[in-house]
Design a protein around this ligand. Structure first.
Ligand SMILES: Cc1cc2nc3c(=O)[nH]c(=O)nc-3n(C[C@H](O)[C@H](O)[C@H](O)COP(=O)(O)OP(=O)(O)OC[C@H]3O[C@@H](n4cnc5c(N)ncnc54)[C@H](O)[C@@H]3O)c2cc1C
Length: 498
């Protein structure tokens, strides 16, 4: 069995801007255009929008390969996604743009996702009929009565939920919360729902469509749920968009288009410092460190669109950011993920694009070959096995004990035997999921208020906005940030400041 670990996406260096040698100085007076920090889907789309509008833009990306969480990792002859990444077509403008850029490299894939629930496999998101099949009648009756009772209770006594546990109980009733959510949420995050903000439920967690059906029945009986909103489920029937090399293609082609339009993409360069003008009103330069040479370089800028983790952005301001802002930024952490990318000597391993599991050493197993990924040799397949973890723990390090647990669960699920696994590749990032810990909201508000106080900086995307967009939504956020830059430029051109 051969092995590799993707070590490049390490947590930001503890070395702060204060320890910098003075960056090389360049004149800051010439029009310098926009600097986009980070080359994931959001940064790429922001840069593309600006480049297509004829605006000068430079994108700075820490990694050698663009795409952020959605980039492809080549190991040997094969590509591994950091969690199978397929594009949704929900945003027509974004979709048409990406469709045009990907051309013949785009393939269409009918969504075929499953969830292992109560010992059987069901379509994901879970449908009402399937959920009923998965629960024994007594448990179903208990959960339905619980839903009814809690709905009635909260209708009479509306309260703002204090944490994720209360939000889930308001939505689903205590029996269903205990049965379906409590343990899984704790395992996933590494802490109980009582330590998670209610905001997480309203912005991230898909609503169980089964529960919606029950709720519709309750609404007919006069129990309207207007207390807590949860995001709607993904569609259970949908065409997704992918490529024969997996997630690798889309970011590569978008970056090529940006460069073709005459703009600059700087790879393997970590943004380390933002320089604010003497009035403390605008950022005038971005300093980054080249990975190859270790050199610091400084780029003058008129605007900055940042898609890097919001905590790292604030660190890059150094003492230009107030102490309270820096303290708040430190509260905005992210959950790490480690993907075990496996090359398996088996033509096909699962009967879906991906399957969610609730009680295994992994949360999801994807088989991108079922979406059209080319695997070499062709009688092998690639499995993308997803876990959440902490940086430096046994899962992150790919410890033998974790591998054994994963391999044993893969075998017990009939997916593959340990002796069929011929390569193991660890793909990991400290910035998998923004952690909506209890009370994070005022910290996020303080940090975003500071960024907004600087007239020419926006922080956006999944890491910069500290939120949970899919790729099309992250790209939409990038487009909106770019449009705001273009509006500012045209306003300043129309009425130039003295
Ligand atoms: C397991 C998993 C599966 C997913 N599957 C799907 C899917 O199937 N479909 C879908 O639509 N979405 C999916 N998503 C969501 C998708 O990954 C995100 O929506 C998208 O990547 C967000 O893009 P972004 O540009 O905002 O952030 P990111 O992709 O995180 O990009 C941020 C970029 O900033 C760079 N950066 C960080 N620090 C610095 C620095 N100091 N200097 C320079 N650069 C820096 C990073 O290297 C990165 O390239 C999935 C997410 C996960 C975690």
């Amino acid at each position: 069995m051969s092995e590799s670990a993707c070590l490049s996406d390490q947590p930001a260096s503890p070395q702060g801007p204060a320890s910098f040698p003075p960056p090389p100085s360049e004149p800051l007076s010439k029009p310098a255009g926009t600097v986009v920090l980070g080359g994931g889907p959001c940064g790429l789309y922001a840069a593309l929008t600006l480049a297509r509008a004829g605006h000068k833009v430079t994108m700075i990306e820490k990694e050698p390969v663009l795409g952020g969480l959605a980039r492809g990792h080549q190991r040997g002859a094969n590509f591994y996604d950091l969690g199978v990444h397929m594009l949704h077509a929900f945003d027509p403008e974004v979709f048409e743009t990406i469709k045009e850029i990907m051309g013949a490299e785009r393939i269409e894939v009918p969504l075929n996702a499953k969830i292992k629930w109560a010992g059987s496999f069901y379509r994901y998101p879970l449908q009402f009929g399937d959920m009923v099949k998965g629960m024994n009648p007594l448990m179903l009756a208990y959960c339905s009565i619980g839903l009814l009772v809690y709905q009635a209770w909260y209708k009479c006594r509306p309260v703002v939920p204090r944490d994720a546990e209360e939000a889930l109980i308001q939505l689903y009733g205590r029996p269903l919360y205990e049965f379906f959510f409590k343990e899984f949420t704790t395992r996933y995050w590494g802490f109980p729902p009582t330590q998670l903000s209610a905001t997480f439920i309203t912005t991230k967690m898909p609503r169980l469509s089964a529960v919606d059906v029950l709720k519709k029945l309750l609404a007919k009986a006069g129990f309207q749920d207007n207390q807590v909103q949860a995001v709607e489920s993904a569609l259970s029937e949908e065409i997704l968009h992918y490529s024969r090399n997996g997630a690798e293609v889309m970011p590569r082609l978008v970056a090529a288009e940006i460069e073709r339009l005459g703009c600059t993409v700087i790879r393997e360069a970590a943004v380390e410092q933002l320089t604010v003008d003497a009035a403390g009103q605008r950022v005038v330069a971005v300093t980054y460190r080249e990975a190859q040479t270790g050199q610091l370089r400084q780029l003058p800028c008129d605007h900055v669109i940042s898609t890097i983790p919001i905590r790292d952005l604030i660190t890059a301001f150094g003492e230009a950011a107030p102490e309270a802002t820096r303290a708040s930024a430190a509260m905005l952490g992210t959950k790490a993920i480690t993907i075990y990318g496996l090359l398996v000597k088996k033509t096909r391993a699962i009967d879906a694009l991906y399957i969610y599991y609730r009680d295994k050493a992994f949360h999801r197993v994807g088989e991108p070959k079922n979406a059209g990924l080319i695997v070499t040799p062709s009688d092998h397949t690639v499995l993308i096995v997803e876990t959440t973890c902490e940086v430096g723990d046994a899962t992150w390090e790919g410890a033998e004990s974790v591998r054994r647990a994963i391999f044993a669960d893969l075998e017990s699920e009939g997916i593959c035997r340990p002796d069929e696994i011929v390569e193991v590749h660890l793909l990991r990032t400290p910035h998998g999921y923004p952690v909506f810990s209890l009370g994070f909201e005022p910290h996020l508000d303080r940090v975003t208020a500071f960024v907004k106080s600087l007239g020419n900086v926006q922080t956006t995307g999944r890491q910069g906005g500290f939120c949970y967009p899919n790729m099309h939504k992250a790209m939409r956020m990038g487009a909106e940030a770019a449009k705001s830059v273009l509006a500012d430029v045209s306003e300043r051109t129309a009425s130039p400041h003295p």
